[in-house]
Design a protein around this ligand. Structure first.
Ligand SMILES: [Ca+2]
Ligand SMILES: [Ca+2]
Length: 249
């Protein structure tokens, strides 16, 4: 009979191996920097008539949808939708501060044409409309990017475009240089949860979907030093859960 073991010794040995093994898997998250915000949405509102996301999220519903409820805590996640007749896509906002960092979340889209737009903003920047810096837009079949700070949200460019005084050559150049788009193949499953990571480093933004790089884009506006506000813009409907923000620089 050799079934007798020495549990204490075995456990101690296992711990020593774990602590010293060069092959110990290290969580990718360890390289993202300092976790400065996380939200698992495991709470409920005090009522179901108005937006009440809590945890210092704010929403645009008073201004854009006459105060109707567009942001709902539901099943331990946050569901956002733009109400019929609203004058703008619902915007759900949270402050943060980094130069370089990562924003992560799980998300779910229940409509084929739905999208989740992550808008990075700096409300103190007065050379652009409404603090717009840049966007990453996630759809089931496409990831796209826009540099707004040095593109169409720059006030001079925005006004010239509005007034029809923008040089056609300049317009063509902006349309080419300030946007990038990448097909997602195979496209993401409808009405299922997916993992999203958005990394910002220097002048580059990269999107990972379910652990795979889906696209990246370099443009000078992305290097703006003081990113201060995340706006989740949802023209149709989208779910998010487990939102996390890490600051690297
Ligand atoms: Ca949750
Ligand atoms: Ca609710």
């Amino acid at each position: 009979m050799h079934t007798q073991t020495y549990p204490g010794v075995v456990t101690a040995l296992a711990i020593v191996l774990l602590l010293t093994s060069p092959f110990l898997p290290v969580s990718a998250e360890d390289s993202f920097g300092v976790l400065i915000f996380s939200d698992d949405f495991e709470r409920t509102e005090s009522q179901e008539e108005k937006d009440e996301p809590g945890n210092e999220w704010t929403t645009s519903s008073d201004k854009t949808a006459g105060g109707r409820k567009q942001v709902d805590l539901r099943e331990g996640a946050m569901h956002m939708h733009t109400a019929e007749g609203a004058n703008h896509a619902v915007s759900t906002r949270h402050e943060f501060a980094f130069t370089d960092g990562t924003i992560g979340m799980r998300f779910r889209l229940d409509g084929e044409k739905d999208e989740l737009r992550l808008n990075f903003a700096d409300m103190s920047l007065k050379t652009v409309h409404a603090g717009h810096l840049f966007d990453a837009v996630i759809r089931l079949d496409k990831v796209s990017f826009e540099d707004k700070k040095t593109g169409f949200m720059n006030l001079e460019i925005r006004n010239a475009r509005k007034n029809g005084t923008i040089d056609p050559e300049k317009l063509r150049e902006l349309n080419q240089s300030k946007f990038a788009s990448f097909p997602v193949t195979p496209k993401l499953a409808l009405a299922e949860w997916h993992d999203l990571l958005v990394h910002v480093k220097g002048d580059e933004i990269t999107v990972q979907l379910n652990g795979e790089t889906a696209g990246s884009f370099r443009s000078e506006g992305i290097a703006h030093p003081t990113k201060g506000l995340l706006r989740l813009l949802v023209p149709g409907a989208a779910w998010v859960d487990d939102v996390k923000i890490w600051r690297k620089e």
